[in-house]
Design a protein around this ligand. Structure first.
Ligand code: NAD
Length: 257
């Protein structure tokens, strides 16, 4: 079950955290994985580690907010071999309410998190249409459907990511293209460790506990748990699933309180 033999997948932000785990999981399932990331060291490392484990992966330095770079990268990959799967995972975070969020913050988050999804999806859709099929997974967040404190700009982008998922799924139903979103609560990635280091250097351990207990299940998720859901949604076993949002949140959306 859940084999991706003969498939080619693009994973944006595949150099770290959830994207790295997704790249590894899809490659283990037999896909050739093209890692797109702005972090050349980590992106290349992720692809090299996959190769070292006997699977296939290549790295491309690419900023998803740059439409020309995205088009050029995706055209280059598609010329070598057909693309079957796009994972729109790359995103950046921002902490702040509306008062301490600037217009520049809003534009920066919009450019990476919203236009990144737009640019990559726009570049693959013509190839998917030609082949009469393809899968897009958008990394949304519980912030797409619930209010999180101090995440004003980030929430704006994750709401848009979810709405774009529904719009894409609807527009390309007849072309055999499936598009779904995944909405994680807090997942323990380098981003979380960096956040604690930056904002809570004095009481990192305590804050880690607090952030863990926010999820009713009592812990943060693991990148591999998100990757397993992505693999299922990309596989032929999920061929009846499109236009859906999958929370993977330790009970946040339904079991709070
Ligand atoms: N970690 C969490 O708790 C959590 C929760 C909900 C949703 N998410 C979402 O999951 C996704 C991955 O999060 P993560 O925690 O693994 O993050 P991360 O910071 O560990 O990894 C993100 C990767 O994206 C890359 N990236 C950033 N900007 C880019 C750009 N413009 N072009 C190409 N690559 C770029 C980074 O270099 C990095 O390798 C994001 O969409 C995030 O919003 C994360």
């Amino acid at each position: 079950m859940f084999k991706l033999t003969g498939k080619q997948a693009i994973v944006t932000g595949g150099g770290s955290g959830i994207g790295k785990a997704i790249s590894e999981k899809l490659a283990e399932a037999g896909a050739v994985v093209q890692v797109l990331d702005t972090n050349e060291i980590e992106g290349k490392r992720a692809a090299d580690e996959i190769k070292a484990s006997g699977n296939l992966s290549y790295f491309h330095a690419c900023d998803v907010s740059d439409p020309l770079a995205v088009q050029e990268t995706i055209d280059r990959v598609a010329q070598q071999s057909h693309i079957h799967i796009l994972i729109n995972n790359a995103a950046i975070a921002h902490v702040g309410n509306i008062e301490n969020t600037t217009g520049e913050d809003m534009m920066k988050l919009y450019q990476v998190n919203v236009l990144g999804v737009f640019n990559c999806s726009k570049a693959v859709i013509p190839y998917f249409k030609k082949a009469n099929g393809g899968v897009i997974i958008n990394m949304a967040s519980i912030a797409s459907t619930m209010g999180l404190s101090e995440r004003f700009a980030y929430t704006m982008t994750k709401g848009a990511t979810l709405s774009m998922t529904y719009a894409l799924a609807k527009d390309y139903l007849a072309d055999g293209i499936r598009c779904n979103a995944i909405s994680p609560a807090r997942i323990h990635t380098p981003f979380v460790d960096g956040y604690l280091e930056e904002h809570y250097r004095e009481n990192q351990k305590e804050m880690f506990e607090t952030l863990s207990k926010y999820q009713p299940i009592g812990r943060m998720g693991k990148p591999t748990e998100v990757a397993a859901l992505v693999l299922f949604l990309c596989s032929d076993e999920a061929s009846f699933i499109t236009g859906c949002n999958y929370p993977i949140d330790g009970g946040c959306l339904n079991l709070m309180g």
